[in-house]
Design a binder for this molecule. Structure first.
Ligand SMILES: Cc1cc2nc3c(=O)[nH]c(=O)nc-3n(C[C@H](O)[C@H](O)[C@H](O)COP(=O)(O)OP(=O)(O)OC[C@H]3O[C@@H](n4cnc5c(N)ncnc54)[C@H](O)[C@@H]3O)c2cc1C
Length: 276
């Protein structure tokens, strides 16, 4: 496989994803770990880890750095990027992050928990019809046009500046305004409504720090806001596995690490069956 193709692509570089990567690698699988800045994991906020054996009160940042070091020592490829698209394609998956596309035979979703986040009104029906989740990927389509940036994460201002640099007229909405916004349009985006005012635009960039797995794979069966899995971490989509906080509570490191390990073993078994 070339540098952008692998047996197992792991979405998320938190404890579940790192554990899955180490096990998949130990099984001789080619692996890419693709995720936003790992220090954005909730674990980085933990002052002290008291319930994971053998750590003697390490901080969350220390534990994450140590886990990331394991990936590096094993020579496992890790790419920092926001995954904005997943497409099933002839028995494999095409995964886009920033401006790159990766091909994988299986996916392990280790994307962490998302609490209380719903798409904005109009966002899902108009996705790909003027709504984009990625300024770098789609910005050039709107050169010379008026667009809205709905910033729901920390990178919105940077992306708005990028869109201005390439020649878009940008209306910027900060997180407080953006979370109350509504996107209007029938076949394509026509306007954004925010604070009682309607702003005509041709494109809308809805920018979160990460895109939810359920939005990346709309066919993914969910249960109580989490990805539904069986005991071996299979999701309802063949070739897609999931582990960690994204599959449910309790949100704990030990559980995430164990499930990452199981997901990798199940993905390896799935590939063996396919290759018979
Ligand atoms: C303050 C705090 C203290 C905690 N203390 C403890 C403790 O003491 N003990 C304990 O067991 N647990 C603790 N936890 C819980 C623990 O941090 C989580 O259970 C654990 O991090 C879950 O690991 P995970 O790999 O499933 O998900 P995460 O650690 O959330 O990792 C998922 C990663 O995927 C990335 N991602 C998601 N979607 C995308 C996308 N579309 N594109 C790119 N990247 C994406 C995220 O940015 C994130 O980096 C604590 C949590 C918090 C917030």
């Amino acid at each position: 496989m070339d540098g952008s193709a692998c047996d197992i692509l792991i979405l998320g570089a938190g404890p579940a994803g790192i554990s899955a990567a180490l096990t998949a690698h130990a099984r001789g699988r080619s692996v890419i770990v693709l995720g936003a800045d790992p220090m954005g994991s909730p674990l980085a906020k933990a002052e002290r880890i008291g319930n994971y054996p053998g750590l003697a009160g390490m901080s969350g940042r220390q534990l994450l750095s140590s886990m990331l070091g394991d990936l590096e020592r094993a020579g496992i490829r890790r790419v920092t990027g926001r995954v904005t698209g997943v497409m099933a394609f002839g028995g494999s998956f095409m995964v886009s992050a920033e401006q790159n596309v990766y091909q994988a035979r299986t996916l392990i979703l280790a994307a962490g928990a998302r609490q209380g986040e719903k798409p904005l009104p109009g966002e899902m029906p108009l996705l790909g019809k003027g709504v984009s989740w990625c300024a770098t990927c789609d910005g050039m389509l709107y050169r010379g046009k008026r667009v809205a940036v709905l910033s729901l994460g920390g990178e919105g201002e940077k992306d708005a500046a990028f869109l201005r640099d390439i020649g878009c007229e940008v209306l910027y909405f900060d997180p407080t305004q953006a979370k109350k916004a509504e996107i209007k349009g029938a076949d394509r985006v026509t306007a954004v409504v925010c604070g009682g005012a309607e702003h005509p635009v041709e494109g809308v960039f809805v920018l979160r720090d990460t895109v939810a797995a359920s939005a990346l794979l709309p066919a993914l069966p969910m249960q109580d806001g989490h990805i539904a899995v069986d005991g071996e971490m299979r999701t309802g989509i063949p070739g897609v596995f999931a582990a960690g906080d994204c599959v449910g509570r309790p949100y704990q490191i030990a559980r995430a690490v164990g499930q990452g390990n199981t997901a990798a073993l199940t993905a390896d078994g799935y590939l063996k069956e396919r290759d018979k």
